[in-house]
Design a protein around this ligand. Structure first.
Ligand code: J9Q
Length: 234
C-alpha cells in the first residue's frame, strides 16, 4: 500500500517510522511518502494561508500549494491509479473501525493535513474528479491540525494489512471489529505475579476451566461496556 501525507509539519509524521507501522514500512508492506506543503509554494515567504473571505477568525489554507502538491503526487504514479484523498476535518464523517477496514483494502491513500480553520473548499471539490475524496473526523474535539488524526488513521489501517500483526487472531477479536464479540469493550486483563501490592488476580482465571473463564470474561465485558459506553449496548 502506498501512503502519501501532505503537511506543513513533516516531523509530526515521523512517529510512523516506529513500532508496528515502522515495521510494515521496513518490510515493504507500506510505502510512506511525507511531503512538505511549503515546498509547493512559489512566493518568497512560502505562504500557505490567508484570511477568510467573508471575514471571521483564523486563517484558511490557500488552494494553490495544495493544487501543486496534489498534481505532482497524482502525476507520480506511472499507472495513473485513482487514490483515496483523505482530509481530516472535524466536519467529516466519523472514522470508525469499518472505515479503517476500507482504507486497509485500498492500494493508495493520500492524506491532506489542514491547519488553521481548514483548506479552501475548492481543493476538495477539484479533486473529486480524479480521486475518491473522504473528509473524516476522528472525534468530537478540536485539534490544531490534521496530523494527529493521520497518525491515528494510518495505525488503525496498517495493523489490518496482511502480515502486519504478529497474531491475526487479535484482529478479529478487537472490540470494534465488526462481527467481533458483538462490540463489547474488553474487560480487565492480568499477568504475573498472581498477587501484586495486595491485589489478587481473580481466582477463576487461574482455575484452568476455559468455559467458566469465557463466561466470566463476557460478564466483565458487559459490565465495563455498561459503565463506559452504554450506547454500545443499544
Ligand atoms: C483537522 N479538529 O478533529 C477531529 N478529527 C479531525 C479533526 C481536525 C481538527 C482540526 C483540523 C482535523
Amino acid at each position: 500500500m502506498r501512503i502519501d501525507v501532505i503537511t506543513i509539519f513533516p516531523d509530526y509524521i515521523a512517529p510512523l517510522g516506529l513500532s508496528l507501522v515502522g515495521k510494515a514500512i521496513d518490510a515493504g508492506t507500506i510505502e510512506l511518502r511525507v511531503h512538505d506543503l511549503r515546498a509547493f509554494t512559489r512566493d518568497r515567504h512560502h505562504t500557505v494561508d490567508d484570511t477568510p473571505y467573508g471575514g471571521g477568525p483564523g486563517m484558511v489554507m490557500k488552494p494553490e500549494p495544495w493544487g501543486e502538491a496534489l498534481d505532482q503526487i497524482l502525476g507520480s504514479d506511472p499507472i495513473q491509479a485513482r487514490p483515496r484523498l483523505v482530509v481530516p476535518t472535524p466536519s467529516g464523517r466519523p472514522f470508525t473501525q469499518s472505515v479503517a477496514q476500507e482504507y486497509a483494502a485500498d492500494d493508495w491513500l493520500i492524506f491532506a493535513c489542514g491547519r488553521y480553520e481548514g483548506i479552501d473548499s475548492r481543493v476538495v471539490e477539484h479533486y473529486r474528479n480524479s480521486t475518491t475524496v473522504d473528509e473524516v473526523s476522528v472525534g468530537d474535539y478540536v485539534l490544531a491540525g490534521g496530523e494527529a488524526a493521520v497518525l491515528v488513521m494510518v495505525e488503525a489501517a496498517a495493523r489490518l494489512l496482511p502480515g502486519v500483526l504478529g497474531n491475526p487472531v487479535s484482529v478479529v477479536d478487537d472490540s470494534f471489529a465488526p462481527g467481533a464479540m458483538e462490540s463489547l469493550l474488553e474487560g480487565p486483563v492480568y499477568t504475573k505475579p498472581p498477587e501484586w501490592r495486595g491485589q489478587q488476580v481473580p481466582e477463576i482465571l487461574l482455575s484452568g476451566d476455559h468455559g467458566k473463564i469465557a463466561a466470566w470474561r463476557r460478564e466483565q465485558a458487559v459490565r465495563r461496556t455498561a459503565a463506559m459506553r452504554p450506547d454500545l449496548l443499544e
